[in-house]
Design a protein around this ligand. Structure first.
Ligand code: FES
Length: 168
C-alpha cells in the first residue's frame, strides 16, 4: 500500500508563499489601521473623562446597615463609604434625605477626581479641591468648575431593619 504524503507538491510552494505574503501584508495594514483606531479611541476616552465621571459601575447590589455609621441615622447626615469593587473600588457618598430615603452618588468629583466632602455644605454635596457644588437631588453641578453630574446609584431602604440596598 502506498504511503500517503502530507507534503505539498513542489509546484504549489510559490503560490502558498505568495498567499502567506499577502496575508502578512493584510495583517500589517489591518494592525496599522487598528492602531489609529485605538489611538483615536484613547483620545476620545481621555476627552470624555474630562467631562464625565470616570468611575464605571460594574453592576450588583450592596446591602448596608446604616446604624453602623451613626451620622446616617440623622436626616441630612452624609458619609463616605467603600464597598469592595463597586463604584470602581472608590468611595460613594451616602446621604440621608428623609426618614425613609437615601441618596447615593459616586464621591469622585467629575472635575479632577478629588473626593467630595463627607458633609453637606449649604445642603449640597461639596468638593473642596476647587469648590464645585452638586445637587443632592440628582447630582448635577450647581457651581464651580465641574460641568458633569455625579453618578447616582439607586437605593432601597428597609426602615424595619435599617438595611440600605445600593444598586450599582
Ligand atoms: S476636583 Fe472637585 S472641584 Fe476640582
Amino acid at each position: 500500500m502506498a504511503e500517503e504524503s502530507h507534503m505539498l507538491p513542489d509546484r504549489t510552494l510559490p503560490a502558498v508563499a505568495e498567499q502567506i505574503q499577502d496575508r502578512r501584508d493584510f495583517l500589517r495594514k489591518a494592525a496599522q489601521m487598528l492602531g489609529v483606531a485605538v489611538a483615536s479611541g484613547t483620545a476620545i476616552t481621555v476627552l470624555s473623562a474630562c467631562e464625565t465621571d470616570i468611575v464605571k459601575s460594574q453592576g450588583g447590589e450592596q446591602v448596608f446597615n446604616i446604624t453602623t455609621v451613626p451620622v446616617l441615622t440623622l436626616i441630612g447626615g452624609a458619609a463616605l463609604q467603600v464597598f469592595d469593587n463597586f463604584n470602581g473600588g472608590r468611595e460613594v457618598i451616602i446621604i440621608r434625605t428623609s426618614t425613609t430615603a437615601f441618596a447615593v452618588y459616586t464621591a469622585v468629583c467629575t472635575h479632577q477626581q478629588c473626593l467630595v466632602n463627607n458633609r453637606l455644605q449649604n445642603g449640597n454635596i461639596y468638593c473642596a479641591c476647587h469648590a464645585s457644588a452638586f445637587s443632592v437631588t440628582d447630582g448635577r453641578p450647581l457651581s464651580g468648575p465641574a460641568t458633569a453630574s455625579l453618578r447616582k446609584y439607586e437605593t432601597r431602604f428597609d426602615s424595619a431593619t435599617n438595611q440600605l440596598t445600593i444598586i450599582f
